[in-house]
Design a protein around this ligand. Structure first.
Ligand code: ACO
Length: 331
């Protein structure tokens, strides 16, 4: 297949992580777990946890400022602001509107996208669509996740997995540069919603004392089923995105996968035909930050010089919904 001409390129990226580091040993003091269990099953050593008063809008807007600075974009130039979050600061209005107000992106249309861990890839794809349609010149795509606010801190099967953070990217029209999003593949399967969800707190099970007492407002997960689906779906998505781009694995310089579990990452890389030297991994430092994971990893890989001018990057994610997707990007 002929490689498509990119329509939207990444003009800047950024990330923000709270200073507060919580190690596996710290968790083992309050949960029946151990550093050894967490490391061998997940690859995670520590995670960042935002303090009280630091919420999704803060995490996202700090990352956005960095991305806008690199792109040379003033707040008033942003035409569309898309925020992915599984941990909105409030149910109404959107976290995107809060971030718009913080940044002063007064001319932007701002809204949230809810696609859990795949949210940033969904957001990039939506921004690309706005640019392709001629409706935006500058798109700001932000991921903002305070997972610590929705985790059940008494449940060792989920509490050890997650962390907090924000990531961002600015997209602009490629204008024939050859850089940008080359291909993408997004998918969802609502039939499997209850593998990973927050049962209470919405319209189905409104907030009540018994709902709170039973922790129904917090994250519930079937870890093994999620694991199996994640490996299969991410492998398929990588394959389809590479095919759509006319790429084989030898054309990919770096895989930037969602960082939920090192074993999922290794299996995905294997199916995609990529050696681990071509895979960016930071799960040991931050755990799973839902949709913020991919843009934070992407930004760190750039800062470490692993993604440079002309690099072909494959990025892939999987999350609640279920949702999954992959994207090839030429920098
Ligand atoms: N510390 C110690 N023991 C634990 C812990 C813990 N933190 N958590 C679970 N265990 C125990 C279980 O109770 C169980 O004990 P039992 O055999 O006595 O019943 C044993 O360890 C094995 O539990 P499993 O759930 O079978 O362990 P598994 O090898 O599947 O690993 C894990 C669990 C790490 C959650 C894995 O299934 C996983 O990573 N799944 C993907 C989940 C995920 O990443 N979700 C994030 C959102 S989706 C995404 O981002 C991809």
């Amino acid at each position: 297949m002929k490689t498509p001409t990119p329509i939207a390129e990444i003009a800047g990226t950024g990330h923000f992580l709270p200073d507060n580091v919580v190690t596996n040993d710290d968790l083992a003091k309050r949960l029946d777990t151990s550093d050894e269990w967490i490391r061998t099953r997940t690859g995670i050593r520590e995670r960042r946890i935002a303090p009280d008063g630091m919420h999704a809008a803060h995490l996202g807007s700090e990352a956005a400022k960095q991305a806008m600075e690199e792109a040379g974009v003033e707040p008033g130039e942003v035409d569309i602001l898309i925020v992915s979050t599984a941990t909105p600061d409030r149910w109404l209005p959107s976290t995107a509107c809060d971030i718009q107000a913080i940044l002063g992106c007064d001319n932007a249309v701002a809204f949230d996208v809810m696609a859990a861990c795949t949210g940033h890839i969904y957001g990039l794809s939506m921004a690309e669509g706005y640019i392709a349609a001629g409706r935006a010149e500058v798109a700001l795509v932000v991921a903002a996740e305070k997972m610590s606010a929705i985790v059940d801190w008494t449940d060792r099967t989920t509490a050890v997995l997650f962390g907090d953070g924000g990531g961002a990217a600015v997209l602009r029209p490629s204008n024939g540069s050859g850089r940008g999003i080359v291909s993408s593949h997004l998918q969802s399967d609502g039939n499997l919603a209850e593998l990973l969800y927050r049962p209470g707190g919405g319209a189905i099970e409104p907030i009540s004392q018994s709902m709170l007492d039973n922790g129904r407002h917090l994250l519930h997960m079937h870890g093994r089923e999620i694991f199996k689906n994640a490996v299969r779906s991410m492998a398929e998505a990588c394959d389809i995105a590479m095919k759509k781009a006319g790429f084989t694995s030898s054309d990919i310089d770096l895989l930037v996968p969602h960082q939920a579990n090192i074993r999922i990452i290794e299996a995905t890389a294997k199916y995609a035909g990529l050696p681990m030297e071509k895979v960016f991994v930071n799960v040991e430092k931050y755990g799973n930050m839902s949709s913020a994971t991919v843009p934070i990893a992407f930004h760190e890989a750039r800062m470490e010089g692993l993604i440079g001018e002309g690099s072909n990057v494959l990025t892939v994610a999987f999350g609640a919904g279920l949702t999954w997707g992959a994207m090839t990007i030429r920098m």
